[in-house]
Design a protein around this ligand. Structure first.
Ligand code: RFL
Ligand code: PHB
Length: 410
């Protein structure tokens, strides 16, 4: 098999990259280790930044999101039994976030790729990357997990295979610098069949631990509580989960959390991670393959989409004019944004979670931070501009090839 860009992984990064490349007239093949049903059914992110929403709309995959998504102009920070609204819309000059589930984004992108004749090979096994330090990279894999060995010959490889995929470890260890922080807590997430308890997301700092109220639709809500990441979900009966949620979200003014049947539950660990560089030879890492953030800032999917916008521009410049400057700067451009999202996600996580090793002094500082960010316009503006998403920064604007959103729409 031969294509221009071989893409490993059909998550948001791989699918959006393939979609953008197609709109630029560049061929790609995606290989994915899971089935279509699995990728379209995995419950993960929910909050899309303004820039992600704008890109989906500009590239023709935003129609269902605009119909079924929920547009939030603020978030609530809750502590000491009181809620404080951060008016993101007002503080950011009219920006908002959209709550639309990641697996719906995946469904929309898969449908768009297949409709346009794009090739996604699901359920592959034994994936390995070869010769990406030459002009002729190759990806090898087995169809249907253990079928015959197949090979994709390509000009470039995009490693969009998430944190546990084979792309990042293919970069020689002597080249890779990895930065990591593992948190001592995780999130227990549930989906429940209930109407929304509040019009916007609520992030609650409570002595028993963090809680988050989010939504999916008028009928389905998404909620999280801070737990021990090593805990077994079998220890968490539905009654115990609801009891903790009621405790951690309670307010002094008697706000009511609406319960419903729990239809899905699971525990995820939390880490911060950055790989530098995000490229080696003709291999480019994008999304969770290169960096992980704790979900408190709602940034992971959005960072993945930001990375592939840079990569798609770089590839466009190469195929249109042979220029490689943008591709060579890929890692440096992405990492500036990545580190800012790492900082924000770490900040939100530190401010909102219970830290078992905190002294009373550190707990006092944490409450002072919450008090400050909910009472100072300057501090609230900083939180709001990060939450809705920092703008994309493009160096050498005149030297970027012909990729523009305007061109993609026309
Ligand atoms: P993904 O989504 O992990 O996709 C990688 C794909 O690669 C496949 N793969 C392979 N394919 C072929 N060969 C192999 N050897 C392969 N190994 C793996 C995998 O099967 C998979 O399909 O990475 P990508 O595309 O970089 O996207 C990243 C996002 O998924 C992730 O950052 C977000 O889900 C993070 N996240 C959130 N991000 C947000 O922007 N907003 C949110 O509100 C938000 N909430 C969350 C989140 C993540 C969460 N969890 C579960 C960690 C909430 C939670 C609870
Ligand atoms: C979600 O709805 O899944 C969600 C919302 C906000 C976050 C993380 C996840 O910060």
């Amino acid at each position: 098999m031969r294509t221009q860009v071989g893409i490993i992984g059909a998550g948001p990064a791989g699918l959006m990259l393939s979609h953008l490349l197609h709109l630029q007239g560049i061929e790609s093949i995606i290989i994915e280790s899971r089935t279509r049903e699995e990728i379209e059914g995995t419950i993960r992110a929910g909050v899309l930044e303004q820039g992600t929403v704008d890109l989906m709309n500009a590239t023709g995959v935003g129609e269902r999101m605009m119909r079924e998504g929920h547009f939030h102009h603020g978030i609530e920070l809750r502590f000491n039994g009181n809620g404080h609204r951060i008016n993101m819309h007002e503080l950011t000059g009219g920006k908002k976030v959209t709550v639309y589930a990641q697996h719906e984004v995946i469904k929309d992108l898969v449908a768009a790729r297949l409709k346009a004749g794009g090739e996604i090979i699901f359920n592959v096994g034994d994936v390995s990357l070869h010769d990406f330090d030459t002009l002729a990279p190759k990806i090898r894999f087995r169809k249907d997990k253990n079928g015959d060995l197949q090979e994709i010959n390509c000009d470039y490889i995009a490693g969009c295979d998430g944190f546990h995929g084979p792309s990042r470890p293919s970069i020689p260890a002597t080249i890779r610098k990895e930065y990591q922080k593992i948190y001592s807590f995780g999130w227990l997430g549930i989906l429940t069949e209930a109407p929304p308890s509040a019009p916007e997301l609520i992030y609650s700092n409570h002595e028993r631990g963090f809680a988050l109220l989010s939504t999916r639709s008028p009928e389905i809500q998404r909620l999280y509580i801070q737990v021990d990441p090593k805990d077994d979900i079998a220890n968490w009966s539905d009654d115990r989960i609801w009891w903790e949620l009621h405790e951690r979200l309670a307010t002094k003014d008697g706000w009511k959390l609406i319960e419903g049947p729990i239809i899905q539950k699971g525990i995820v660990a939390m880490r911060s991670f950055v790989c530098d560089p995000m490229q080696y030879g003709r291999l480019f890492l994008a999304g969770d393959a290169a960096h992980i953030v704790p979900p408190t800032g709602a940034k992971g999917l959005n960072l993945a989409i930001a990375d592939v916008q840079v990569l798609a521009r770089g590839l466009d410049a190469f195929y249109k004019s042979g220029k490689t400057e943008l591709l060579e700067s890929y890692s440096a451009i992405c990492l500036r944004r990545v580190w800012k999202a790492e900082r924000f996600s770490w900040y939100m996580t530190s401010m909102l979670h219970r830290h078992d090793d905190h002294t009373p002094f550190e707990r006092g500082i944490q409450l002072a931070e919450l008090d400050y960010v909910t009472s100072s316009r300057a501090a609230a503006t900083s939180l709001a501009e990060n939450y809705v998403g920092l703008p994309m920064e493009w160096p050498n604007a005149s030297d970027e090839g012909s990729f523009t959103l305007k061109r993609l729409i026309s």
